[in-house]
Design a protein around this ligand. Structure first.
Ligand code: SF4
Length: 415
């Protein structure tokens, strides 16, 4: 099985333990659970940050969809994380005994057209910063992990689609990728990330017109190649477009994207969690001035100078990687690209809403990580479908492109 990976992506684990604190589930197989139970892993499990080791009930539980997962502490941290920021399973049984889910992170795999596509989670700070060894130099290790994933999951091969129900040939996807990358990198007349995203949005608008979607496969391919070449040869400067409905729906997208973040960090369950999320929803719709220090209104009126550091390098990396990783088969390619830009847009709003202090670079990476928690939702889940309905393609690209550069490196000023 060939590996399809982003050769410009780097990663080396820094053992920061961040992945043990994120909102997503740590799924285990039945065989892993049996092994841990036989080793009396419940004796290493901590019920809270302040409690002594020792589980009061099984460290494993089934979630609603039937997946078996490690129980989290009330503060959202994996119960097997020690006070010294170490995985207790790793310490007691060795790194190769950790759940495959943990060994794979930040990678995820998809079986597409007979190959394995490798994606990287931006919930990992090292991956978001693009630090460490190039994935290209780690093909052997990643290939071994992918092989174990295939043997455990036995995944069915997924077809590529452009939009729902419209098959996409892998060669045509490569042509689209080539055009998107060159549009993203255009220096015409000068470099502007937002202008270049507007150019991609304009092309997506064209490639999703009803008349174009009705073309036969051959004609669609020809149309994409011709219009893609034309967009590169004679780059337009599309005016910023901010569709009113898309702007309104983005509030819902922002709220839904923050649910994992808002649910984490303190002991909250049942009614308490519902009340907290209700407060967040009221705030996002402008009915309360702030939520836990967030000021969403300021974020909507402000804007980041995305072409200036420390914002440019991570933002460009997220967009570039989104293009390189298109074609996971989890959802149509158009939706993949739109959601990726949507996550970056959420990160920008989150950064501005938090009123960052001195460490703007660290706060920007943290915002990118927090905005990507929802990228771990199963695309078939109701939540993921709801999320997508709030960011209809390609509206996130229009919204991102319409946020013009500010006069200074950071502007949180009101319009
Ligand atoms: S978040 Fe990334 S760098 Fe940190 S421990 Fe997990 S995989 Fe390693």
């Amino acid at each position: 099985m060939g590996l399809l990976l982003d050769a410009e992506q780097s990663f080396t684990c820094r053992s920061c333990g961040e992945c043990c604190r994120r909102a997503f589930d740590i799924v285990v197989t039945d065989a892993e659970r049996q092994r841990y139970e036989a080793a009396k892993a419940d004796e290493w499990f901590k019920e809270s940050s302040s409690s002594e080791p020792g589980a009061v009930s099984s460290p494993f539980e089934y979630e609603r969809s039937g997946l078996l997962r490690i129980r989290k502490r009330p503060d959202g941290v994996c119960g097997f994380l020690s006070d010294r920021n170490r995985c207790r399973i790793h310490e007691e049984l060795g790194g190769s005994a950790k759940p495959l889910t943990c060994q794979m992170f930040p990678f995820s795999f998809d079986a597409v057209s007979g190959e394995t596509r490798v994606s990287v989670s931006f919930c990992c700070p090292t991956a978001a910063r693009n630090e460490g060894r190039s994935l290209d130099l780690q093909q052997k290790e990643i290939g071994d992990l992918a092989g174990r994933w295939r043997r455990t999951q036995n995944p069915a091969d997924r077809p590529l689609e452009w939009v729902k129900g419209m098959p996409l040939d892998s060669e045509l996807l490569e042509s689209m990728r080539w055009v998107f990358r060159r549009l993203l990198d255009l220096h015409e007349p000068t470099f502007s990330l937002r202008r270049n995203v507007r150019r991609i949005a304009a092309l997506l608008d064209d490639w999703t017109r009803p008349r174009v979607l009705k073309l036969s496969a051959d004609k669609f391919e020809e149309y994409v190649r011709l219009t893609g070449e034309f967009a590169l040869a004679k780059p337009a400067d599309p005016a910023p477009a901010k569709p009113a409905i898309a702007s309104f729906l983005f509030r819902g997208f922002f709220f839904a994207s923050l649910v994992p973040w808002a649910s984490r960090g303190a002991s909250r369950s049942g009614l308490g969690l519902r009340l907290r999320l209700s407060r967040l929803l009221l705030h996002v719709h402008g009915l309360t001035p702030s939520f836990d220090g967030l000021r969403f209104g300021a974020a909507r009126r402000g804007t980041l100078d995305i072409d200036a550091e420390p914002f440019f390098t991570p933002a460009y990396h997220v967009l570039r990687a989104a293009i390189e990783n298109l074609g996971s088969g989890r959802r149509p390619v158009l939706e993949e690209l739109s959601l990726a830009v949507g996550h970056l847009l959420v990160a920008e709003h989150l950064f501005l809403a938090r009123k960052p202090g001195e460490d703007a670079a660290g706060a920007w990476i943290r915002a990118i990580m927090d905005a990507h928690d929802v990228a771990h939702a199963d695309p078939a889940s109701t939540f993921a479908k709801f999320l997508l309905s709030l960011a209809a393609p390609p509206s996130p690209l229009h919204l991102f492109g319409a946020r013009g550069p500010a006069p200074g490196p950071i502007s949180t000023s009101s319009a």
